[in-house]
Design a protein around this ligand. Structure first.
Ligand SMILES: [Zn+2]
Length: 355
């Protein structure tokens, strides 16, 4: 973050730290505040843990280059993306000063709880009258070759913690007990019984995964009083966090009525689904990618969540970046030549946006 601040400051960017809750966040703007055309880049410099250090063939924080590949935690996700858009922004405003503003929002909390990261930056921007009119998130988006995929939206994610309360008893006399595990199994089966939807124009079908079923009962002859399960739902634009919460509650109520077991639901929505509808901005990004790589990127909404889920409330947002094959893995690495090509793509996006 200090390197970026020094680099961008020297290039004429106005830099502000929007740190919050111990997280470092950097806002940098070249050009006038509130300009009608204010193009933004968003990215993160925090990384996931190294994992099995002994399995790495290179120092995960050494940035060693071997046969044209740079090794390191964050090499693809996403320090190289940040480097590429910072370099593109610096050269662009120097070579062809645009009529407008170029804004960089860089956070240190994307891989973590994401509470004091991009959200804090957007809060800071709102308080200080700063805005972006379009934003590109530089996450790695390409599955195989540079240029093959951009993201124009993301599915939402909801986690539900379900607790079933029954009546404890002797397993030889189940009629005197009320088994919460039986009710839980019935409820989970009901949740999985039918697909949530068939997918939509821009989204795959929503999915529901049972991620854990727990009871912790060490006795084989005791029906437990309580059981827990967790489900995670990745949902498209057929649903919202609220509609799915209501659906879960309805299913739980039905099983509770049949079994007499009471259910408690605790739900957390880490992001709603969103879509930047294909149009001028998505076309601009796609054409710039095609011009530089010869590949027309697929406009996808697949994968996990990203900070684009916060940016979408601020302005139209598209994600495009490196090939992400080794992200979060041991020996995460990036082909150095690809960073240079990514910079060229970002530069062309800037040129076309301000043309
Ligand atoms: Zn990332």
């Amino acid at each position: 973050m200090a390197i970026l601040e020094a680099l961008l400051g020297a290039a004429g960017f106005e830099c502000h730290r929007a740190d919050r809750g111990g997280v470092a966040n950097l806002f940098a703007r070249w050009g006038k505040k509130g300009a009608n055309r204010s193009f933004g880049f968003n990215g993160h410099v925090d990384v996931v843990p190294v994992g099995d250090l002994a399995a790495w063939t290179q120092d995960p924080f050494g940035a060693a280059v071997v046969d044209g590949w740079m090794f390191g935690r964050g090499a693809t996700d996403m320090k190289s993306g940040v480097a590429a858009f910072a370099a593109a922004a610096v050269d662009f405003v120097q070579d062809t000063p645009p009529d407008g503003a170029v804004i960089l929002t860089i956070t240190g909390d994307e891989e973590g709880p994401s509470v004091d990261g991009t959200v804090a930056l957007l809060d800071w921007m709102a308080r200080n009258g700063e805005r972006m009119t379009a934003c590109l998130v530089g996450e790695p988006t390409c599955p195989k070759t540079l240029g093959d995929m951009m993201k124009i939206g993301r599915r939402g994610s909801l986690t539900a913690w379900i607790t079933a309360y029954g009546v404890q008893g002797h397993s030889a006399y189940p009629h005197r007990a009320r088994n919460p595990m039986s009710a839980l199994v019935r409820l989970l089966a009901a949740l999985e019984a039918e697909p949530l939807d068939q997918g939509t124009a821009h989204f795959d079908a929503s999915t529901l995964a049972i991620t854990t079923i727990d009871c912790g009962n060490p006795a084989t002859n005791v029906i437990p009083a309580k059981g827990n399960a967790t489900v995670n739902i990745r949902f498209n634009d057929c649903h919202s966090g609220a509609s799915l919460t209501a659906w879960l509650q309805e299913k739980a109520d039905a099983v509770a009525l049949e079994t007499g077991v009471r259910f408690d639901l605790r739900v957390s929505v880490s992001g709603e689904s969103f879509l930047t509808p294909p149009g001028v901005f998505t076309d601009l990004v796609a054409k710039a990618v095609q011009a530089e790589t010869g590949v027309m990127p697929e406009a996808s909404t697949s994968g996990g969540t990203s900070d684009a889920r916060f940016v979408k409330d601020h302005c139209p947002v598209v994600e495009f970046g490196l090939v992400g094959q080794t992200m979060h893995q041991v020996d995460e690495r990036v082909e150095v030549a690809q960073i240079v090509r990514l910079k060229a793509i970002y530069t062309r996006i800037l040129q076309d946006y301000f043309a």
